[in-house]
Design a protein around this ligand. Structure first.
Ligand code: ZN
Length: 174
C-alpha cells in the first residue's frame, strides 16, 4: 500500500472513531438530562445511589464506575460550579471527601486516590450539578475514567450491594 493510501486509511479510522465517541457522549448526556431537571436532584436517582449525607454534602454511587470504589461527592443544593459554593458547603464537601475516603479505603483496599471536578461544558462537565469524582488509584485510571461513559450501567441490585458496602464501613467508623 502506498504511503498516501495508508495515510488516507488512518485519517478515515480517526474520523470514524471521533464520530463514534461524539455520538456516544451526546447520547449519554441526553440520557442523563432526560426527565425533569437535573439528574443529581432527581429523587429516584438519589434513592438508588446515595450512601452518605451530612451537613449539606452527599456521597453517591455512580452507575458507571470507572474502577471499583469510584463515587461522586456533591452538594445537596443544586450548585452548578465550584465558585457558586458557600463557605459552609465547601467545608461540608471537604469533610465528606475525607470521611468517604476512609470508608472507600476500608471497602476497596487502596491508599491513593484522585479527585476530579469539572466546571462547564468546555471542561467536560456532563451533569450541570457540581460533583467531585473520587477515584481510587488503579492501573490505566486515566483511560478507564475517559472511557467510563461507554460502560454498561450497573443494575439496581448491583448498586444496592455497593451502597451497603459503604454504609457498613460508615457504621464501623462512627
Ligand atoms: Zn441538581
Amino acid at each position: 500500500m502506498s504511503l498516501y493510501n495508508r495515510m488516507k486509511k488512518i485519517v478515515f479510522i480517526l474520523l470514524t472513531l471521533g464520530l463514534f465517541f461524539t455520538a456516544a457522549l451526546t447520547l449519554d448526556f441526553q440520557r442523563l438530562s432526560k426527565g425533569s431537571g437535573c439528574a443529581f436532584c432527581r429523587q429516584e436517582v438519589l434513592d438508588a445511589q446515595v450512601f452518605y449525607r451530612k451537613g449539606g454534602a452527599i456521597g453517591m454511587l455512580t452507575y458507571k464506575p470507572a474502577v471499583p470504589g469510584h463515587v461522586l461527592i456533591i452538594p445537596e443544593r443544586h450548585v452548578e460550579r465550584f465558585e457558586d459554593l458557600t463557605s459552609t458547603e465547601l467545608m461540608a464537601l471537604g469533610d465528606a471527601i475525607k470521611e468517604i475516603d476512609q470508608m472507600a479505603r476500608k471497602a476497596f483496599g487502596h491508599r491513593d486516590y484522585l479527585l476530579i471536578e469539572k466546571n462547564g461544558r468546555g471542561a467536560g462537565q456532563s451533569v450541570p450539578h457540581l460533583h467531585f469524582h473520587y477515584l481510587p488509584a488503579a492501573k490505566f485510571l486515566a483511560a478507564r475514567f475517559f472511557l467510563s461513559p461507554w460502560l454498561k450501567p450497573l443494575k439496581g441490585e448491583e448498586l444496592a450491594l455497593l451502597r451497603d458496602a459503604f454504609i457498613q464501613e460508615k457504621a464501623q467508623l462512627n
